[in-house]
Structures are given as C-alpha cells and as structure tokens.
Write a protein that binds this ligand. Structure first.
Ligand code: NAG
Ligand code: NAG
Ligand code: NAG
Ligand code: NAG
Length: 960
C-alpha cells in the first residue's frame, strides 16, 4: 500500500519534472530512478524528534521533510548531484532524527554513483545496508558515527572491505564491533584511506602491525585494543596528522623515539588512559607542528626533557595523572601558543617563573596536586584570557596577588590546600563569570570585603579552614547563584547579619567552627536551605524560634549556647533527617513528633544537654543513630525501639534510665553500638533467645550500673560483629566525591583508662562491663570475640581463674580485670597477645610468678599491685628464694619503701592513657541523603560539562 502511494507520488513527480524541464529548460536534474530510490529510502524510515543527539540542533527541520515530488531532487535537503550528469553523488542525512532499519535490499544500494554518504547521528537498528554496503562501490567518504543504538553490538560487515575507493571512514560512537580479520582486511584493501575513525567501536584484539601509508587521521580511542605501541609502524607513517589511541588501558610500552619523517606532519597525539610507561623521549622536541598532546592518566615518569621547549606550536598539553617529576615551568613558559595546560596530579617541583606571563593565550592553567612551591608571581595577571586557574594542593606560599580585576572570563579559581597567607584578594570579588571559588585550607587572614561587585554567577564558594576574621557580610548569604557556602573553621566573629535585602536560597551552608555570637537570625529560618551547619559557635536564642524551612534535611547546631526547651515548630521540619543539637543547654522533654514513624529522621544527636522526662516512642524504621548521652532522662528504654531496624548506634549513657537490660534489642540486625553506661540499670542480663543475638555489635558498654548475676556462658558466643570484623561492612570512610558531609557520630568510650569523646571513623570493638555487681566466672566464650580491641571487666565480683581462652583475643590492646576476686596464676599464654599495650590485673587474689617474655616485659608494676601473692618481674618481690641483697637499679631506687607504698604512690592511681588513632566505622549514608548530595554534585558536573562543551566548540573553531 505504501508502495502504491509512493508510485502515485512519483508519477506526479515525473509529470512535474517534465513540465519544469520544458518551462525552464534546466540542465542538471537528478534522474528519475534516483529520485524514486531516495523517496523509497525516506519512506522506510521514521522521523522522530526524540532521536536527537547532543550536538545536533534540536530545533532544526528534518532534512527529509523537503523531499517531495514537486521539487528537483538535487535541491532536496542533504542531496548533492554531479553538475554534469545529474547523478546523486552525495547524501548527508546527519542529524535528521531518523529511526529505523536500512535493509540489505534497500533502494539506497542502487545509488551507484554515490561518493559521500553521511548518516551520522541517527538511530538505526542495524548496520545500514549490512553486507550490501559493498554495492556502493564509488564511495569515498562514509560517515556512520553515532548512528546506532542496538540491543547487541552488531558486527561490522566484511562487505565494507570491498569499498576500495574509501578515503574516509568514520564509525565512531556507534554501538558496533569489528573482528580482527575484517579490520585487518580493511587496512589491507583500502589503500586510499586517509581518515579512519573507530572511537568506541569494540575491537578487542592486538593493535595491528600494518597501516596504509596514506593515513592522515587515525583514531582508535576506547576500542579495547591491546599490545605494545613502542615499535608500532604507526610512528613511521609519513602523512599522519592525528593519532588517537587513548582510553585503551591495555595498550602498553614506552613512547617511541620519534623520527624526523613522522615529525613533519603530526598535529595531535592522544595516549590518555593507556598503560604506557617510562620517560618521555628527548625526540619529542622534533614534533614541530604538534598542536595537541594528551598523556592524561598514563604511567609515565621522569622529568620532562628540555626539548619540550621546541614544541612552539602546541596549544593543548595534558600531562595530568602521571608520575612526572622535575622542574618544568620555565621550559613550558616558552610555549606561548598554549591554550590548555594541565599538569595536575604529578610530582612536579619548582616555582612559577615570572615568564609564565608569556602564555598570553592560555585559558586553562591547571597545576593542582603537585609539589610546586614559592610565591605566585604578579605576571600571572597578564593571563587575562584565563577560564580556569587551579593551583590547589601544592606548597605555594605568600599572599595571593590582587591581580584579578581584568580576568573577565575566569570561571573557576581554585587555590585550596596551600600555604597562602595574607588577606582575601579584593579583586576576586569583582569577577562576574566566576562559578567556583575554592580558597579553603590556607592561612588567609583579615576580614572579607563588606561589599562586592561580582560573584553573580558564583555556584560554589569555599573559604573553609583559614583564619578569616570580622563579621560574615550579608552578601555571603544573598549570592543569586550560590549552591554551596562553606566558611567553616575560620575566626569569624560578631552576629550573623540581621537582615537581608533579598531572600536567598543557598541550599548548603556551613559556618561551623567560628566565633559567632548572638541569635540565629530570623531569615535563616525561612530560607530554603537543605543543609545548615552552625555548630561550634556561641549562638543563642533557638528556644524562641519558629522554623519554617520545609526543605531542611540537615541541621547541626552542636556546641553552641542554645537553651530552653525545643520549640514545637521543630515538628514542622518534615524533611529533617539529621538533627544534631549536642552540647548545648536545651532542657524540657524531647518532642514526641521526633519519634513518629513517618519521619525521615535518621540521625538524632541530643547528647550533653539537659533534656529530661521519658523518651518518646520511636517508630521510625530509618533511625540510624540515637545519641542521648549526658542528659537527665529517666524511665525505661522504650520497647518500640525494636521497630527501628536500621538502628546502628544507641547511646543512652549518663542519664537516669531505670530499667533492666533491654535484651529485646538482640534482634536489631544492624546494631553496632550499645551504650548504657552510668544509669540505674539493674538486674541480671538474662538469657538471650535469638540464634544470633546482637549480630553486628562492636561496642558494648554497660559500665557503672547496678547489673548483677553471673554472665551466661553463651553471652559472647555469637556476637558475630566482634568475631571477624568485615572492614567492608563496617564502612570505613571511602573517598566520596559528592563533596557533602559524612556523618561520624560520637561515642564516649573509656580507652585504656581515659575517657574520650570520639568520632567513630574506623574499626573499633570494645566490651566494657566495669563497675557493676557481676559475679561468678568470666565466661570462656569471651575467647570467641576474636576482633576485640578493648575489654574491661574491672570493679565487679568475678571469681575463678583468668580464662586461658583470652589468648584467642589476638587483636586485644587493653585488658582490665582489676578489682575483682580472681585467683590462681596469670596464664603464661597471654604473652602471645602481641598488641596488648595495657594490662591491669591489680587488686585481685592472683598468685605465683608473673609470666615473662614478649609483652610481659613491657607492663609496669602497677599492672599487678594489690595481689600480694604475685612475684617476679616487674615487681620487686622475687619468687621462691627471696634475696634481699640482690639489688639492681630498681630495688635500689625503691629501697626504703614498702612494696604497697610504691604501688599506691606510683602505680595504681595512675591513669593509663594512650589514645589509639583514628577509630572506627561510618554510618551508611541513607539513600535520600546520597540522593541529595548527588543532586548538587550533578548540578556542578552539569555546569562543568557546559563549560567543556563551550571549550570544545572553541577548540573546534580554532582547529579549522
Ligand atoms: C528485502 O526487502 C523485503 C521487502 O521489501 C523484505 O521483506 C526482506 O526481508 C528484505 N531482505 C533483506 C535481506 O533484508
Ligand atoms: C607512581 O609511582 C608509584 C610508585 O612507584 C606507583 O605506585 C603509582 O602507581 C604510579 N602512578 C602512576 C600514575 O603511574
Ligand atoms: C630543541 O631544544 C634543544 C634544547 O632546548 C635545543 O638544544 C635544540 O637545538 C632544539 N632543536 C631544534 C631542532 O630546534
Ligand atoms: C527503679 O525503679 C524501681 C521500680 O521500677 C524502683 O523500685 C526503684 O526505686 C528505682 N530506682 C531508683 C534509683 O530510682
């Protein structure tokens, strides 16, 4: 039917053409059959505006729309005819929103005179024409790039190898693959081939040995080819201008010695993301015409040869992500055509020479993450075309020169993590295009300017970790494009601005660790903030305030001077997931709404306040951390907590809870931390019921309560979390590029005798049952807790022997069994606990010889005092044959004191205190939070992409 319609249309066409031939006597009309074939081609394909590619003009009209019988087909969009014969010789249907299949017997095969065929940037279901592509035997140019979204990678048909006239073949970015045989025969048969672009075509075989010597452009980026490039014939091709081998991690070898023959023509070399290693050869300097060199993320090392200074035409030089060393900047400063210079993530040294001012064309100067030193020369001020300037993560020093007034195109300025001192350079605040400003982690001093004229486009402002002083000026909070404001850890003083001219909506604000006073301003409660951190300041006034920000999901007011009861409006913050109010003076009761099951609340940290009353019924299954340490809370532990199956840490320490052991918590599958210390808990622990009780528990602290009874022999039998700590599961902090915060909750732990309030950042396991009234034997099942680091059973009434099973606790660093009623000898096997740093066995009824060797040589005598029947090193009391006159230095020093006096005077009152570094695990970030952070990260990434695209366009222009 369609075919009939086509025929009818075609008859009209013929009629029209004949008439117009008569009327205008035009010379160059396409032949009837070719017009028919074209219409047939059009008929078989669908035009769909959704088949729109990045880079195509989405507003443009589909080219085939102009194809109709009333016009000479040589005037149709995308069609080119031979001026004499009228044959269709060119067909350009790129970006035509075409969808469909072009079959092997499609009429397109009949366009036998076709020389140029461009079907790029459409969506075909298979390789157009399949093997019949061979019938287009006149083809010189074939472009099928970005023209396939197939379900499976289709093979490139071997028929392609018969197109021996091909000069240019571009299949980049189509979802296809090529076999080794087809590719080799392509290279062998297409003897005129000048351009071969196969980027992202899957070609998982060894880089071929032979290439046609006619090649000018060869790009095999991201093909998966492997092999050694060092001796490749590619580097002898006399006409090669562009060589792209990047994105093939399995290509290895060293860079070759470049030959004179090769050097005359070559313009672009891309080896990024390959496995090439070794040094850059001296001969690189003979590549006189080189325009672009990309060595990003290879394994190259050594210093850059002096001959680099001969690459005087180079515009884009990317050496980032290698192990290059040496001083490079004075050589580079000769290359005054440079537009993009990326040296980041290497080990380059030296300072920036004044001569850097020669690079007057430069747009991207990226020196971050190296070992550069010295001051920033003021000649940088001449580089006023700069778009991105990054000096971050180096050892630059001195003040940042105030030279930015003319940098009207600057988008990104990144000086973070250096040793810069002096004031905030005022001229930066005049920049209108800036979208990222990162000066964090320096030693900048003085106030911020009180008024600014730039920053209209500023997206990310990070001034954190400096010594900036003075007030926080109002403009900080009313930058129209700002997404993220980080000024934490400075010395800002005074009050937050009282009033703003416009209501801003900076979604992420961190002003923590400053010296701000006064009340939290009214406007802040209305802003559409997602994340607000005002912690560690001297702010007041929260109690009166009504919060309105419906977006607020992270609120951290820790360590301020806030007081009074929580305003009921806290219940209106329906998206709140992190609420951190620790270390203030809040009182009153905890609002019931915080426990509601429809809440997103995930982190509730109210430690060190004066909350009193009972705690609400918590039903939220998303609750991960409940920190109530150090309040006046009383009553029982609400049984509803058994519903909070995500709970990772429950810290009820230092309150007035009066309850028996909440044994029902044994069922919580994720509970890692249970702290009940210093309350009025009482009674026996009871019998565990689950097969795997407390499966993830790592920190178990019941100290300073009134627990009684014996410990059941299977109490420790199956605390799997303390048996084999799975580091992956514990979620050790991974570097996460989302830029937002990780929440490291605090727990208060007695570590080796000292109490620490610590942030849990890495693996840590601890059992503290001290200062209760437990009795009976120490269960030998303690020996199962193979990953245990701290064990404190002191100040109880344990009897019996020290179990020899303790020797299985190979990770143990501190063991305190003091003030019990233990008897017998100290098991000699304990000397195998090689990490044991602190041992306290004092005030028991232990007897006999203290074991010797290994760790036991390191413990002081106060580890043993109060056990009158112990003897041997380090005590002065000898075992067996006591010899009063055997005076070594120690006993000489101690002569005149009784043993007890020494022990009490020097030993037992002493606090052991060795803080072990970086403890513990990180909470899994809840899904919504990751989402929020990703949103911001994505917006930043989108901005960057836009910028890159702009750059690419500019580059394209300058290249042509
Ligand atoms: C050739 O075209 C017909 C219809 O025109 C179609 O049914 C057939 O599948 C095609 N053959 C091939 C090999 O694509
Ligand atoms: C740099 O050298 C170090 C040490 O030899 C090596 O571990 C690292 O992988 C190297 N980096 C690169 C990018 O080659
Ligand atoms: C290239 O640079 C080196 C070292 O700077 C120099 O000695 C040599 O003459 C230069 N070669 C050419 C061909 O310019
Ligand atoms: C704890 O609660 C019990 C009753 O539930 C009561 O008898 C006891 O006095 C309470 N203890 C304290 C110290 O308040």
């Amino acid at each position: 039917m369609e075919y009939q319609q086509l025929l009818i249309a075609f008859c009209f066409y013929s009629l029209f053409v004949h008439q117009s031939q008569l009327t205008y006597a035009r010379k160059h009309l396409c032949t009837r059959d070719e017009a028919f074939y074209l219409l047939q081609l059009k008929q078989g394909l669908t035009v769909d505006k959704n088949a729109y590619y990045y880079g195509c003009d989405s507003e443009a009209e589909a080219k085939t729309l102009s194809w109709n019988a009333t016009r000479d087909c040589c005037e149709w969009g995308g069609v080119t005819c031979n001026g004499l014969t009228g044959h269709v010789i060119g067909l350009d249907l790129s970006c035509s929103f075409l969808i469909g299949t072009i079959n092997a017997n499609n009429s397109l095969t009949k366009l036998g005179h076709l020389q140029r065929l461009n079907l790029a940037l459409n969506v075909f279901n298979d390789f157009p024409l399949g093997n019949s592509i061979s019938e287009l035997s006149s083809l010189t140019h074939l472009n099928l790039s970005d023209s396939g979204i197939f379900n499976e990678r289709k093979m490139i048909p071997p028929g392609l190898c018969k197109l021996s006239k091909l000069i240019s073949l571009d299949l980049s970015g189509s979802y296809i693959q090529v076999g080794r045989t087809t590719f080799t025969s392509l290279l062998h048969n297409l003897t005129n081939l000048e351009v071969l672009l196969f980027d992202d075509v899957y070609a998982s075989f060894e880089l071929p040995k032979k290439f046609p010597s006619s090649l000018r452009k060869l790009s095999l980026q991201g093909t998966n080819m492997f092999g050694n490039i060092t001796d490749s014939q590619l580097f002898r091709l006399p006409n090669l201008q562009v060589l792209g081998l990047g994105d093939n991690p399995s290509l290895t070898g060293t860079l070759p010695n470049f030959h004179w023959n090769f050097s005359k023509s070559v313009l672009e070399l891309d080896f990024s993301y390959t496995g090439i290693f070794g040094k850059v050869p001296d001969s690189i300097g003979i590549l006189r015409s080189l325009w672009r060199l990309n060595l990003f993320n290879c394994h190259l090392s050594g210093s850059i040869p002096e001959s680099f200074g001969n690459l005087t035409t180079i515009r884009e030089l990317i050496l980032s992500g290698n192990n290059f060393t040496g001083n490079i900047l004075s050589t580079i400063s000769k290359l005054n055509k440079l537009v993009n210079l990326h040296l980041s993530s290497n080990h380059f040294r030296g300072s920036i020479p004044e001569s850097i001012g020669n690079l007057t064309a430069i747009r991207e100067l990226i020196l971050s993450d190296n070992s550069f030193t010295g001051n920033v020369p003021s000649s940088i001020g001449k580089l006023n075309k700069l778009d991105s300037l990054s000096l971050s993560s180096n050892n630059f020093e001195g003040s940042i020169p105030d030279i930015f007034a003319n940098f009207s195109e600057l988008n990104s300025l990144d000086f973070h993590s250096n040793n810069f001192v002096g004031p905030f350079p005022y001229s930066i605040a005049t920049l209108t295009h800036l979208d990222g400003l990162e000066l964090q982690n320096n030693s900048l001093t003085g106030p911020l300017p009180s008024n600014i004229s730039g920053f209209q486009n500023l997206f990310n402002l990070d001034l954190s970790f400096n010594y900036l002083t003075g007030a926080t000026p109002p403009w900080l909070f009313q930058l129209p494009s700002l997404m993220s404001l980080s000024v934490q850890a400075n010395k800002f003083t005074g009050e937050l601005p009282n009033e703003l001219n416009m209501s801003s909506s900076v979604p992420f604000i961190d002003i923590s660790y400053n010296n701000l006073h006064g009340e939290i301003p009214y406007w802040m409660l209305f802003m559409s903030i997602d994340s607000l951190d005002l912690s560690h300041n001297f702010l007041t006034g929260f109690e009166k305030q009504v919060w309105h920000s419906e977006y607020l999901s992270y609120l951290n007011l820790e360590n301020n001077l806030l007081q009074g009861p929580l305003h009921q409006s806290i219940c209106d913050l329906i998206n709140l997931a992190f609420l951190i109010l620790a270390q203030n003076n809040f009182n009153g009761s905890i609002p019931d709404c915080l426990g509601n099951s429809n809440r997103l609340i995930s982190i509730l940290d109210l430690r060190m306040n004066n909350f009193h009353g009972e705690i609400p019924t918590f039903l939220s299954t998303g609750l991960q951390y409940l920190g109530l340490y150090g309040n006046q809370l009383r009553g029982q532990v609400p049984r509803s907590l058994v519903n909070c199956t995500s709970l990772v840490a429950l810290d009820l320490g230092n309150n007035k809870f009066n309850d028996t052991f909440p044994i029902w918590l044994e069922k919580l599958p994720n509970l890692q931390v249970l702290i009940l210390k210093s309350n009025l808990f009482h009674g026996p622990i009871g019998d565990l019921e689950s097969e795997f009780p407390f499966p993830e528990l790592r920190i178990f602290d019941l100290s300073f309560n009134g627990f009684t009874g014996t410990l059941s022999s299977n109490l420790f039998k199956s605390f799997r979390g303390m048996m084999d700590v799975d580091e992956g599961k514990a979620g050790i902090s991974r570097s996460w590029n989302g830029t937002r915060r990780d929440y490291f909750y605090h727990v208060s732990l007695v570590i080796k005798g000292n109490e620490f309030d610590m942030r849990i950042t890495s693996i840590m396991t601890s059992v503290d049952l001290s200062s209760n009234r437990f009795e009976g034997d120490i269960p030998i099942s303690v020996g199962n807790l193979r990953s245990l680091v701290l064990l404190n059973l002191s100040h109880n009434s344990f009897r019996g022997h020290i179990p020899a099973e303790f020797t299985k606790l190979q990770q143990l660093e501190a063991l305190d069994l003091s003030w019990n009623r233990l008897i017998g000898e100290i098991p000699g096997q304990l000397s195998s606990l090689t990490f044991l740093e602190v041992l306290n066995l004092s005030y028991n009824h232990l007897a006999g010889r203290i074991p010797i060797g290994k760790q036991f040589n390191t413990f002081p005598n106060d580890s043993y005092c109060g056990n009158p029947d112990l003897c041997g090193f380090p005590l002065s009391k000898e075992c067996g044959n006591r010899n009063e006159h055997d005076d070594d230095d120690d006993s000489y020093f101690m002569s005149g004191f009784t043993w007890e006096a020494v022990a009490i005077g020097y030993g037992c009152g002493m606090i052991f205190g060795l803080l072990i570094g970086g403890l513990m695990f990180l909470l899994q970030k809840p899904k919504w939070y990751v989402k929020f952070a990703e949103d911001i990260a994505q917006q930043i990434a989108a901005k960057k992409r836009k910028r890159q695209k702009k750059r690419r366009q500019k580059r394209g222009l300058s290249m042509n």
